[in-house]
Design a protein around this ligand. Structure first.
Ligand SMILES: [Zn+2]
Length: 235
């Protein structure tokens, strides 16, 4: 019977390792995906600042052209002023000139604000560039590590599945099918250790009769509550 216990423990050890590897293989691609998203978000954030700067620079050029238009207008007004005949015409031209000068001042203020904004964004861009470059390298390294881990886990799983298959051939068929039935039903561990008089699978107290039989005979028994194989180890 002792060898049955060893067999079951070995089988369970293989199965638990296989379960863990399968979970890891399922989890790692998700983790890699979220790292890639983190990286692209970072690049996107950086690109957004660059776009904002480009947009502001275009706006600044537009306003500079507007100033040029008003300046040309003022030159024209200036020459017209020399040719006017009536006082009303003269006054109207002066008003027009004043209006153009006012517009230029407003545009110059706007340009100054834009330049300040560009300056701030450039500072942010420079700061972020350092961070983005560093973080990108870190994220890429992390992705590589996870990809390597995934590859290794797949290789190990393949090896363990083969080992499990080979090993299961050496297990008495009735024992194997009972083990597999319990494992399926209990979703994981089919063999548990008895701690004092408690089953560590379901945490219920094992009836004294079963417990004493377990201690005395060291027979392969199952928990009357959850059906798992019980292992008694003298402490
Ligand atoms: Zn139990």
């Amino acid at each position: 019977m002792d060898s049955d216990i060893d067999t079951l423990l070995k089988l369970q050890q293989l199965d638990l390792e296989i379960d863990n590897l399968k979970k890891l293989i399922e989890r790692l691609p998700e983790e890699i995906k979220s790292l890639e998203k983190k990286k692209s978000d970072l690049i996107l954030k950086f690109d957004k600042i660059k776009n904002d700067i480009n947009h502001l620079e275009a706006l600044k050029r537009e306003k500079e052209l507007d100033i040029q238009t008003y300046e040309d207008k003022i030159v024209k007004i200036q020459s017209s002023l020399e040719k006017v005949k009536t006082n009303e015409e003269y006054k109207a031209l002066l008003r027009e000139k004043a209006h153009a000068e006012e517009a230029i001042m407003e545009l110059e203020d706007e340009i100054l604000n834009i330049m300040e904004e560009i300056e701030n964004l450039r500072e942010e861009e420079a700061k972020l560039k350092g961070i983005v470059d560093k973080e990108k390298v870190e994220i890429e390294k992390e992705i590589q590590e996870k990809e390597k881990e995934l590859e290794e886990a797949k290789e190990k799983l393949e090896k363990l599945l083969k080992e499990r298959e080979e090993f299961s051939k050496t297990v008495r068929p009735p024992l194997l099918s009972k083990y597999e039935m319990i494992r399926k039903k209990r979703n994981g561990k089919a063999v548990v250790i008895v701690d004092s008089d408690t089953c560590t699978g379901c945490f219920m107290i094992i009836p004294p009769k079963v417990y004493s039989e377990l201690v005395k005979s060291k027979k392969l028994l199952t928990c009357p509550h959850c059906g798992r194989f019980l292992i008694y180890r003298e402490s």
